[in-house]
Design a protein around this ligand. Structure first.
Ligand code: NDP
Ligand SMILES: N[C@@H](CC=O)C(=O)O
Ligand code: NA
Length: 429
């Protein structure tokens, strides 16, 4: 008998998934075993790019998750509510769940996975991170025997698309964002992309898988790309860097007691593997023992790419249902219950790039250097290249320093009479 899907949402990802599942020729034969039984939407009158018979489409999403005939609920609607409640209801009704919703998983994962384990069902989420890139399954399965020390990557397609076009075309932020929305990359509310929150959700999920503990989403430091300007992109290029929004989860010490999980725009050396990942592409660099470095690369957003990830999870569940094993598969289920302790951003040790606008007075660079020195901040390079009107522009790159010390020095510098402003402060990989 065919496995019946109840799909919640028929937007960018929902439409891509239905198209893929309907177009079976040349794909895995298990697709023949799938029946798109119900699809839940908000509006019945909206034009759709897929053909579904009228009895399949409904606005009653609760009826889908409560329908005994539905085997797998595929949540592709986004947002926190009613997505969370519908997922929990489906689980409590004994249905497996596939979701692309990183926002709901990163915030309510503990509740959702605990319920799923109790109900003996799976919640699979390959599409939630890296769009079409297989990264959840590799972390749960193929790489799971490694001791992971770092996961870092470009995990938001919208911001990478924006930064790439700002860099290559000198385009304005707002124009490029509109294009990313038109192409279906951005979230319904693109502030989640631009302010680093979407990447924060994703790195929280990856950290939880790689470092084997739940992550409190509130502990993940998130900074977006609004403050990144064409000027900083140009200075970075001169200094040998490109600016990327990175999600980073890493042990900060050798005894693995300190875990940092964060998102921020980062100056990445031009010869680093992540520096050449452009446009909507995402890449995730995983470091583990004994494997060393693995980089997973591919399209991070968009209908077809994300549908590939969603459909692979559906196929995994169809195979599970068809083999009818009574015991849960520990490589598919969530297996940890404790929360990881996250180190505050003030304790991070990193390099910084900072741009200052100063009155063109003698000795300003010396006073900057002295103030930094008082807080143990040593400078790798200092450049005074340009002027903005009457103000001289000074750019510094520091050696490794504890963030808290660097911020104290900045506060003191900000108060100097000769300093007009500090328009940008960015971390350097
Ligand atoms: N877009 C992408 O590239 C990617 C998206 N994702 C994730 O996939 C999920 C879906 O994203 P996307 O397809 O872009 O979103 P869209 O906004 O394009 O689609 C959302 C769909 O859900 C339906 N919907 C939303 N809220 C409700 C509600 N309260 N009741 C009934 N139906 C509802 C909408 O119905 P209607 O059509 O009637 O308005 C629409 O069909 C999100 O969690 C997103 O983060 C993950 C990876 C990539
Ligand atoms: N808005 C997200 C979509 C995929 O998760 C992105 O731009 O990466
Ligand atoms: Na993925």
């Amino acid at each position: 008998m065919a496995v019946k899907l109840g799909i919640l949402g028929l937007g960018t990802v929902g439409t891509g998934t239905v198209q893929l599942l309907q177009d079976k020729v040349g794909r895995h034969p298990l697709l023949q075993e799938i029946d798109i039984y119900r699809v839940g939407v908000r509006s019945l009158t909206k034009p759709r790019a897929v053909e579904l018979s009228p009895e399949v489409i409904t606005t009653d999403l609760e009826a889908i998750v409560n329908d005994p005939a539905v085997d797998i609920v595929v949540e592709l609607m986004g947002g926190l509510e009613p997505a969370r409640t519908l997922i929990l209801t489906a689980i409590n009704n004994g249905k497996h769940v596939v979701t692309a919703n990183k926002a709901v998983i990163s915030r309510f994962g503990a509740e959702i996975f605990t319920s799923a384990n109790q109900a003996g069902v799976y919640v699979l989420l390959e599409a939630a991170v890296g769009g079409g890139i297989p990264v959840i399954q590799p972390l749960k399965q193929s790489l799971s025997v490694n001791r992971i020390s770092a996961i870092m990557g470009i995990v938001n397609g919208t911001t990478n698309y924006i930064l790439t076009r700002m860099q290559t075309e000198g385009s304005e932020f707002d124009d490029v964002l509109a294009d990313a929305q038109r192409l279906g990359y951005a979230e319904a509310d693109p502030t989640a992309d631009v302010d680093g929150l979407d990447a924060g959700d994703k790195i929280a999920i990856l950290a939880s898988l790689g470092f084997d503990g739940r992550i409190n989403r509130e502990d993940v430091y998130c900074e977006g790309i609004r403050q990144v300007t064409k000027t900083d992109i140009a200075y970075s290029a001169k200094l040998g860097f490109v600016i990327k929004l990175l999600g980073i989860a890493q042990h900060l010490d050798t005894d693995n007691s300190q875990l940092s999980v964060r998102v921020h725009p980062t100056l990445v050396p031009q010869n680093h593997p992540l520096a050449s990942i452009n446009g909507v592409y995402n890449a995730i660099l995983i470091e583990g023992e004994p494997i060393g470095q693995v980089m997973l690369f591919g399209p991070g957003a968009g209908a077809g790419a994300t549908a590939s990830a969603v459909s692979s999870d559906i196929l995994n569940l169809v195979a599970t249902l068809k083999t009818n094993t009574a015991k849960p598969n520990p490589l598919l289920a969530c297996r940890h219950q404790h929360y990881s302790q996250i180190t505050p951003i003030s304790e991070l040790v990193t390099r910084f790039y900072a741009r200052f606008l100063s009155k063109d007075q003698a000795g300003v660079i010396g006073r900057l250097g002295t103030c930094f020195g008082n807080y143990g901040v040593s400078l790798e390079s200092v450049v005074q290249t340009g002027f903005q009107g009457e103000l001289a522009e000074i750019v510094v790159v520091t050696h490794y320093v504890q963030e808290g010390d660097f911020r104290q020095a900045l506060a003191e510098i900000q108060a100097m009479e000769s300093i007009d402003s500090i328009p940008s402060v960015l971390r350097v990989l």
